[in-house]
Design a protein around this ligand. Structure first.
Ligand code: IMP
Ligand code: MG
Length: 188
């Protein structure tokens, strides 16, 4: 039998509140709107973790834009470690050739997933490609990633909420928090 889960009770520490995230998203949206003024933008986001950030960020950008969604998963790895071997589950639905593309990510950890995606998207011939991530965990970086828009640098802790999951749970929390260590040991 699965235990009843109290999502909030599983959180040890709230790292970023809903208000802090909203203020940062507005700031990033303003910067992006200024930087791309007079141009059209294509936002490409990576499911599922980036979904809340994408939804909030796009509404803070004052430009004509279109969106596209990809979904990737890494082969192997664990619930808290990515393996770097990326499988595309859902590809872009339209061509990005000649477009100004902004890749919207939830978190950059080792950088392996994004490194793969950047090469993949560049191969599609966009006019430009920039990276926007809500969270950056630089301590664990294995490959260098040119981040153009960064929300928050966070310490080397596994975080959940605002799209981020542990075993597919906690994505619906409105804040970003650190799981209690006990939670990792329990069966899903
Ligand atoms: P990377 O390839 O190591 O940069 O990992 C990127 C992906 O791993 C992210 O898009 C997340 O899905 C996942 N990930 C990395 N760190 C965390 C975390 O602290 N919480 C939840 N998911 C994470
Ligand atoms: Mg994940």
């Amino acid at each position: 039998m699965t235990r009843t889960v109290d999502l909030n009770a599983d959180i040890g520490e709230v790292l970023l509140t809903e208000e802090v995230i909203a203020a940062k998203t507005a700031e990033l949206g303003r910067r992006i709107s200024e930087d791309y003024a007079g141009r059209q933008l294509t936002l490409v986001s990576v499911l599922k973790g980036s979904l809340p950030f994408m939804a909030d960020l796009m509404r803070q950008i004052d430009l004509p834009l279109r969106i596209d969604l990809m979904e990737v998963s890494s082969y192997g790895g664990t619930a808290t470690e990515s393996s770097g071997l990326v499988r595309i589950i859902k590809d872009l639905s339209a061509s990005i050739a000649g477009e100004d593309v902004l890749l919207v990510e939830d978190i950059i950890d080792t950088g392996l997933t994004l490194n793969y995606l950047i090469r993949y998207l560049k191969g599609k011939g966009p006019a430009s490609l920039r990276i926007c991530t809500l969270l950056d965990k630089p301590a664990r970086r294995l490959v260098e990633i040119p981040v153009d828009y960064r929300g928050f640098e966070i310490p080397d802790q596994f975080v959940v909420g605002y799209g981020l999951d542990y075993g597919e749970r906690y994505r619906n929390l409105r804040f970003v928090g650190v799981l209690r260590p006990e939670v990792y040991g329990e069966p899903q």
